[in-house]
Design a protein around this ligand. Structure first.
Ligand SMILES: CC(C)(COP(=O)(O)OP(=O)(O)OC[C@H]1O[C@@H](n2cnc3c(N)ncnc32)[C@H](O)[C@@H]1OP(=O)(O)O)[C@@H](O)C(=O)NCCC(=O)NCCS
Length: 173
C-alpha cells in the first residue's frame, strides 16, 4: 500500500500486489474482485495489480490521486514491472445507488456499450468507454489501455452492474 497523509491524516491510499501475471492473458485473469484483491504476491514482478484507490471526500479534486498513481508507477519501475493494472468501476452503468457516495447519473448509451461488449466480446471505441467519469479519469491520468470487460466481478457494486473494466498502463514508457 502507498498512502498520502496530510496533517497526520490518511488522505488517500492505493493498494496493490506485485504479480508475475500478464493482464493480457484474459483466461488467467481473476474472475472476481474477491480473487483479484486477495492474490498472493508472486515473482518476478511483471505487473502491479491495483485493487483499491481511494481519496477521502474532502481531499478529492486535488492532485492526491494523481500523485498516488505516479508514486506507484515509480515503484513499478524500481521493481522492474511492466504493467500497472486496475479494475475500473463504471458507475454510469446504473447510476449512483442510494447507499454510495457516488454522484453519477445512469447513462443509457454507456450501458448499451457495456451490454454490447459483454454480448459480442468486441472492445468498443475508447470514446464510448470514457463516457463514464471514472473510466475517463483513468484514461486522462494514466493514458491507460482498456483490456477487457469483467462481468460479475463484484455483483454487490450495483452502480457498475457488477462489471469492471480491466485496464493496463505500460510503466516502462
Ligand atoms: C477515484 C478517486 C480516487 C479520484 O480522485 P479525485 O480526487 O476525485 O480525482 P479527480 O478530481 O482528479 O478526478 C475525478 C474524476 O473522476 C470522477 N469521479 C471519480 N469518483 C467519482 C465518484 N465517486 N463519483 C462521481 N464522480 C467520480 C469525477 O467526476 C472526475 O471526473 P471529471 O474530471 O471528468 O469530471 C476518488 O474520486 C475516490 O476516492 N472515489 C471513490 C472511490 C472509488 O471509486 N475508487 C475507484 C475504484 S475503481
Amino acid at each position: 500500500m502507498i498512502a498520502a497523509s496530510i496533517d497526520s491524516l490518511v488522505a488517500g491510499a492505493i493498494c496493490f500486489v506485485e504479480t508475475n501475471q500478464d493482464p493480457h492473458d484474459t483466461a488467467k485473469f481473476p474472475k472476481t474482485f474477491s480473487a483479484y484483491s486477495s492474490m498472493a504476491r508472486s515473482e518476478p514482478a511483471l505487473s502491479l495489480y491495483v485493487y483499491n484507490l481511494g481519496v477521502r471526500p474532502e481531499f478529492r479534486g486535488t492532485d492526491i490521486a494523481r500523485r498516488l498513481l505516479s508514486e506507484l508507477i515509480e515503484h513499478g519501475r524500481r521493481v522492474g514491472a511492466r504493467w500497472l493494472v486496475g479494475d475500473g468501476r463504471c458507475p454510469s452503468y446504473a447510476g449512483a445507488q442510494h447507499d454510495t457516495p457516488d454522484k453519477v447519473l445512469p447513462d443509457q448509451r454507456f450501458r448499451a456499450t457495456i451490454d454490447d461488449w459483454h454480448r459480442t466480446g468486441v472492445t468498443p471505441p475508447v470514446k464510448s468507454i470514457i463516457r463514464d467519469p471514472l473510466l475517463r479519469f483513468y484514461r486522462r491520468v494514466l493514458n491507460c489501455e482498456f483490456l477487457h470487460l469483467a462481468p460479475g466481478f463484484l455483483p454487490e457494486d450495483a452502480s457498475s452492474g457488477g462489471y469492471r473494466v480491466i485496464f493496463a498502463v505500460d510503466v516502462t514508457q
